[in-house]
Design a binder for this molecule. Sequence first.
Ligand code: AGP
Length: 367
Amino acid sequence: EELELAGHDHFMHKEIHEQPSSVERMLGGRLDDRFGSARLDGLRMELRELRGFRRVKVLGCGSAYYVGQLGATLIEDLARVPADAEPASEFRYRNPVIEPDTLYVAVSQSGETADTLFAVREIQRKGGRVVGLVNVVGSSIARQCDGGIYLHAGPEVSVASTKALTHMAVGFALLALALGRVHDLSHADGARILAGLQALPGQIAEILADEAGIAEAGRRLADARSLFFIGRVRGYPVAREAAQKFKEITYRHAEAYPSSELKHGPLALIDADLPTVAVIPDDDLVERNLAAAHEIRARGGRLTVITHPGVDLGDLEADRITVPRNERELDPILLTIPTQLLAYHAARALGEDIDRPRNLAKSVTVE
Ligand code: AGP
């Protein structure tokens, strides 16, 4: 019965709305209050082994890669272990150097993406250790990995992924916490992140309760032939995933840039016909992000801003979407939620086939 629409018009909409309860389910039993850490038995790793990794490399395709970028930032933030993400589809073809003290992380909803599976095999062939962040239990990638974290998002039918991506981000937070607590993350900071994780389901529900306002902003974006999504540092992977979602189901050209890169080229394209969705969290970069937004307005570009309650937009003319604050490391998870609804409602206004976009398959199992 989980595969029925349950009163929603599309699976994508149903899956977006499942997130508060699915995230709560995912966290169940994995939060270790006593040590301010995460309980991840599925990694099949002793604490001492976990402590031995000096680098983390994340591999995934498409949206899983974008969330992987977010995950790498989380790992660097919490564990202070150098981490980066790369498309598995590139990695597997470039004869990568495999290091014994690097923890490789393969991330996939379906667990059947051919490029990611081959990347895992390539790493293992050269002696590397790979853990999986996978949704589908018993899938090829889940079986191939040396251990992992199941995402427990439940079945995802919509080709455009939503809840599985949120679960990947939460999975990275758990992994970052576990890695952090065997490196330099204090018990107090671990407890702070645990509290942030526990707050997520309620805060996602709060964002979804504001769907009418987000839908209105989404419909206003539907008439654009081309759009920019911008964000800085933690906000950049949010912008990348938001652009991906938008192009998958609206067939509009949507491109993500780091806000800091605008003046190095893309600003030339801004005019009244090219709207921008800007991710502006209430963090130490807020003034810089607001300055970029003003640059866009000064050139006649329309703006939709995804931000926090404390951020004063002043005289900046923009559609404002406000999400609750969490811990700064976890904020990107919440900033992504409205972008799912923006894409959904724009595509709906355009009358597109939301659950089965043209030219795309739910999982790419062939090369
Ligand atoms: C997401 O909306 C996309 N349909 C796509 O980029 C997807 O994330 C990618 O193909 C990876 O799939 P996987 O998570 O099943 O490996």
